[in-house]
Design a protein around this ligand. Structure first.
Ligand code: ADP
Length: 195
């Protein structure tokens, strides 16, 4: 039961994706990214419309999509990013996978203003690289709704995981300006074996 499942949690713009990419480059972990999988669904699907409004996709859809993605990875070390986001999802994850995987939840925290600043930076970087910014980042109301859901819906899920049995939980403040400093803190948290 030594297969790692690193679960990255945190609000919009905290840098889950950036941390994940560096962890993958350094360790070869597999990657299950909820937002990217959902974004690959057809634009006219009900799920895409829910996402465009900045609302949460129903748990049942996530169980199917994430369950399939984890099964595809199989018994290999992986990062799960963007899931869970509700208490139902958190309980499902622990029930389904805590027996076969060594689950370590890394909760990345920054103040709300930094979340907003980093979303603005993400928009600028996407545009500068010749791409297009995510539509759900460009609409201020949609950003507000996603952040609000993070605090009201995902917050309680995080609190449940903090004391859940059979998993590890670490909270890491990643509000430093230098990415490398934040990354070093994440790597340190991953080395700890105790809750
Ligand atoms: P962000 O975290 O910045 O909102 P993501 O790319 O992680 O962006 O997710 C984009 C959208 O996909 C969310 O606004 C939501 O609609 C949907 N989504 C992603 N993960 C989940 C999840 N675990 N549960 C419900 N909806 C989700």
């Amino acid at each position: 039961m030594n297969t790692k499942m690193i679960v990255l949690m945190g609000g919009q713009g905290v840098g889950k994706g950036t941390q994940a990419k560096k962890l993958i480059a350094d360790n070869g972990f597999k990657y299950v990214e909820a937002g990217a999988i959902l974004r690959s669904l057809p634009k006219e699907s009900p799920v895409a419309q829910i996402m465009a409004r900045g609302e949460l996709v129903p748990d049942e859809d996530l169980f199917k999509i994430i369950g399939d993605a984890i099964q595809k990875v199989g018994q290999k070390d992986m990062i799960v990013d963007g899931f869970p986001r509700t208490i139902g999802q958190a309980q499902w994850l622990v029930k389904q996978y805590a027996t076969n995987y060594n689950i370590h939840v890394i909760y990345l925290t920054v103040p709300k203003q930094i979340m907003l600043d980093r979303i603005q930076n993400r928009i600028k970087e996407n545009m500068a690289n010749g791409g297009t910014a995510r539509a759900d980042d460009l609409d201020v109301k949609v950003v507000e709704r996603r952040i609000n859901n993070f605090f009201t819906v995902t917050g309680p899920a995080i609190e449940w995981l903090r004391t859940a049995n059979g998993i590890q939980f670490s909270e890491v403040d990643v509000s430093e300006f230098e990415f490398e400093n934040n990354y070093a803190k994440v790597c340190n948290a991953l080395k700890t074996r105790q809750k």
